[in-house]
Ligand binder design. Structure first.
Ligand code: 9YT
Length: 134
């Protein structure tokens, strides 16, 4: 069994920051659960262009208010606590955070740990890196 708290993750290599969000990665590929599991906060007033060409992601909003727009042609969805969306078609999209959005995210295949969005909002498929298991 794996038990972790947010306190143990914040400020470690399991917390990956980007200009518009911080991602606290509770489970990664090296944890051997078959998926990765993140608690992500998108900063208020930001827009993030995302296009996961290599991953499927499910996202559950637990705090905040925002909007999800599939691009280029829509549709648009309101994002509020209690809303889940799953990118089962590798949809390119924009996530707008009106207030800070706290999102619980699951990725398959699992992220290995250090991924940051490239210029297309994509995460590469990475091999396991030799980082500690903390
Ligand atoms: C939905 C969302 O927050 N996407 C951006 C970051 C990603 N979830 C991550 O790396 O945790």
């Amino acid at each position: 069994m794996i038990v972790r708290t947010l306190d143990e993750i914040e400020g470690t290599e399991r917390e990956v920051t980007a200009p518009t969000f911080t991602s606290r990665r509770f489970l990664l590929k090296k944890d051997n659960t078959g998926f990765s599991f993140h608690d992500t906060v998108l900063y208020a007033g930001t827009e993030t262009v995302i296009w996961y060409k290599h991953h499927l992601e499910a996202v559950y909003c637990i705090e905040g208010e925002g909007e999800l727009e599939v691009i280029p042609d829509g549709p648009r969805y309101s994002i509020n606590p209690g809303t889940m969306y799953a990118l089962d078609g590798h949809e390119k999209h924009i996530l707008r955070a009106k207030t800070a959005l706290r999102m619980i995210c699951v990725f398959t295949p699992p992220l290995t740990g250090g991924e940051v969005h490239d210029e297309e909002g994509t995460y590469p498929l990475l091999e396991e890196k030799n980082i500690s298991s903390s």
